[in-house]
Design a protein around this ligand. Structure first.
Ligand code: ZN
Length: 282
């Protein structure tokens, strides 16, 4: 039983109740949202749902990430919800907001949310939102993140393996180039960073893991349980963050996967909470 510290889930999704209640309207307005949430069986969780889940799974704090809407007006509304719910949560919800760097309004919104309490920006999906991580928009995003002390959390797509709704949207090659270029910003690659750690024996990739972290969001849907020990050998437990991708994967299930897949309790402590605590400055 993990008891050394607080459990922190670095990757959960919550939506304003309005998005859940008027799902069809948002399906019309955003192609990526439609791809991922058109099926009415795909759950849209609110902050109440998340807090209930955290109580059940004994999670102390969760990073709640926004959705990478293409229309920046939807990002602003979603950001307001994340910031309000975080403010009411007594530190249990840590807000990561979203912007669309394809629009000029992105930098201003990033500054606004940073000053209102956002710890980072995410889950960003450059290709879904129509901007390039390796172009001008990526450079500006890096600048604002550095100035405002924001962590950047990206969806990263595995270039191999089966297809699934929401897989595309963050090309691994662009992500790797961005991470190599911007060593000064803490970056989190979701879903084991699309498999980037498996290239870590390449010195130039290994180097990026000085400031780069991976989260385990949806790992159990992508890799088998041997992935964790391979990962620890490749990049070290210090670079791995518990992420469930709740409500896609229940938090208790993701925690259980880690408890059975990670052999050393010192590694498990880092992954379940200590790394996130240090990174978020909690
Ligand atoms: Zn993702």
């Amino acid at each position: 039983m993990y008891s050394s510290g607080v459990i922190i889930d670095f990757h959960t999704h919550i939506f304003p109740p309005q998005v859940r209640d008027e799902r069809d309207e948002y399906i019309r307005r955003d192609a990526t949202f439609a791809e991922m949430y058109a099926d009415p069986k795909t759950k849209l969780a609110t902050s109440e749902d998340l807090l209930e889940q955290m109580d059940a799974a004994e999670v102390g704090a969760s990073v709640a990430v926004g959705f990478a809407w293409t229309d920046d007006e939807l990002n602003v509304r979603h950001n307001d919800y994340l910031l309000d719910e975080a403010a009411k949560s007594d530190g249990r919800i840590v807000p990561f907001c979203t912007v669309n760097p394809a629009h000029d309004s992105a930098a201003e919104e990033a500054i606004r949310v940073a000053r209102a309490g956002a710890k980072g920006l995410g889950e960003l999906r450059p290709d879904s939102q129509g901007w390039s991580l390796t172009g001008e928009a990526g450079k500006e995003l890096a600048n604002v993140a550095k100035r405002e002390n924001l962590i950047l959390l990206f969806h990263v797509t595995e270039p191999v393996g089966r297809d699934y709704a929401g897989k595309q949207g963050g090309a691994l090659t662009d992500f790797a180039e961005f991470a190599t270029t911007h060593q000064e910003i803490p970056i989190v690659g979701a879903h084991l960073a699309g498999g980037l750690p498996f290239y870590a024996p390449m010195p130039e990739v290994r180097e990026t893991f000085d400031h780069l972290y991976v989260d385990t969001a949806a790992q159990r849907l992508l890799y088998d349980h041997t992935a964790y020990e391979h990962l620890i050998g490749l990049i070290g437990a210090e670079r791995i963050l518990l992420g469930s991708d709740y409500p896609l994967v229940p938090q208790s299930l993701q925690i259980e996967e880690l408890r059975s897949g990670v052999f050393r309790s010192s590694d498990l402590d880092l992954i379940l909470g200590a790394n996130a605590q240090r990174l978020l400055g909690l």
